[in-house]
Design a protein around this ligand. Structure first.
Ligand SMILES: *Cc1c(COP(=O)(O)O)cnc(C)c1O
Length: 349
């Protein structure tokens, strides 16, 4: 049934093994970041036993689906105060930056007679989540350490998410400086120093991850084979573990430029279309409800030129005909959309 996403579990296992062993050589554990899978348990079950330290996801709904899998669960997105109890029930540890939320987690953990572990996030300049690294955080640490049902397990940073700031030895050394300051200032040991996501991997290859960083949270490199600081293929990982296949429902020779007065397309944008003369055009039975056309990478003699909610329009070369099935690789936003669409069938290889 089409559209379908073909999931090559062996390629994913290969990628997982390589990443885990590369990190292990440098004393770094890998948290398996599953959020792009939108709760797909088949894939997570296959990967969970290969040596990851945690299953990490942004959404509790997904972590709840992975409940039966024996690996510690890490909540990646900062918790909502309103879901504190569910966080403590579902996740062994969560990333945090707000004392009010941490207090709510403490209260929930007390009521559930347990201890909830947290990783305190520091913002090293990318300006997404975390305590700003130049601020004075000693009062915050003191408050956290006073909470009986919270364990400050570690600290972490997240880069290349909002500001596009790439990890380097300077900013990661700031994280190590924070670790040292907290450990000596408060006489505690931080077990996890989590130095980022797939954008930190290029440093690993160059042996430039500062001593002391002992965890990375990896999604994109594992699933799509790319590091994300420079968008390059990483360490020979497979880039094609996920392949989208969709079927042509129309193939016709038509002009490339619309006829009539042009205003808005179906998504309210004014289209920019170049007149290339007559063109062989195809329409695929998949649309923006499933994936935005710009997120597809064609694996043949065809080019994506646009789309609407239920159609993707292509320029075709060669002799493709109605009923033919075309294949595409996808980028990370594309994979996220496809895995989230209930109209895209999953096929396991
Ligand atoms: C998504 C996410 C990651 C993983 O990022 P990738 O680029 O997919 O490796 C790591 N940490 C946090 C906090 C995230 O939200």
């Amino acid at each position: 049934m089409y559209p379908q996403i073909e999931i090559n579990l062996e390629k994913l296992e290969d990628n997982a093994r390589r990443l885990i062993s590369l990190c292990r050589e440098q004393g770094i554990s890998v948290s398996l970041v599953t959020k792009v899978l939108a709760g797909n348990k088949e894939i997570v079950e296959r990967l969970a036993s290969l040596g990851f330290s945690h299953i990490a996801d942004s959404r509790l709904e997904n972590l709840e689906l992975f409940k039966g899998i024996k690996l510690q669960k890490m909540l990646l997105r900062l918790p909502m105060i309103s879901e504190a109890e569910r966080v403590v029930e579902t996740a062994d540890l969560s990333l945090n930056s707000e004392i009010e939320t941490i207090k709510a987690l403490n209260k929930a953990a007390r009521e559930l007679h347990t201890v909830h572990k947290i990783i305190l996030m520091f913002d090293l300049g990318d300006l997404r989540e975390g305590v700003f690294y130049r601020d004075d955080y000693s009062g915050l640490i003191r408050e956290i350490l006073a909470l009986e049902n919270i364990e400050l397990t570690g600290i972490g940073a997240n880069l290349t998410c909002y500001g596009g700031v790439i990890p380097d030895q300077d900013n990661l050394n700031e994280l190590i400086a924070i670790k040292n300051k907290i450990e000596t200032g408060f006489g505690i040991k931080l077990r996890i120093i989590s130095g980022g996501n797939s954008s930190s991997l290029y440093l690993l290859k160059k042996n430039q991850i500062p001593e002391g960083i002992n965890n990375l949270r990896i999604g994109e490199a594992l699933f799509l084979g790319r590091e994300t600081a420079f968008g390059k293929r990483f360490a020979g990982l497979h880039e094609d573990a996920f392949i989208l296949k969709a079927e042509l429902i129309e193939v016709k020779e038509k002009p490339s430029y619309p006829i009539g007065s042009i205003f808005m397309d179906s998504f309210g944008k004014i289209p920019k279309i170049v007149d290339k003369g007559p063109m062989r055009r195809g329409i695929l039975a998949i649309g923006k409800q499933d994936v935005y056309p710009e997120n597809l990478i064609p694996l043949g003699d065809y080019e994506v030129i646009g789309g609407s909610s239920d159609h993707i329009i292509l320029e075709l070369a060669g002799d493709l005909k109605v009923g033919d099935v075309l294949a595409f690789r996808v980028n990370y936003p594309g994979l996220l959309q496809l895995m989230s669409s209930k109209y895209v069938h999953h096929v396991y290889l």
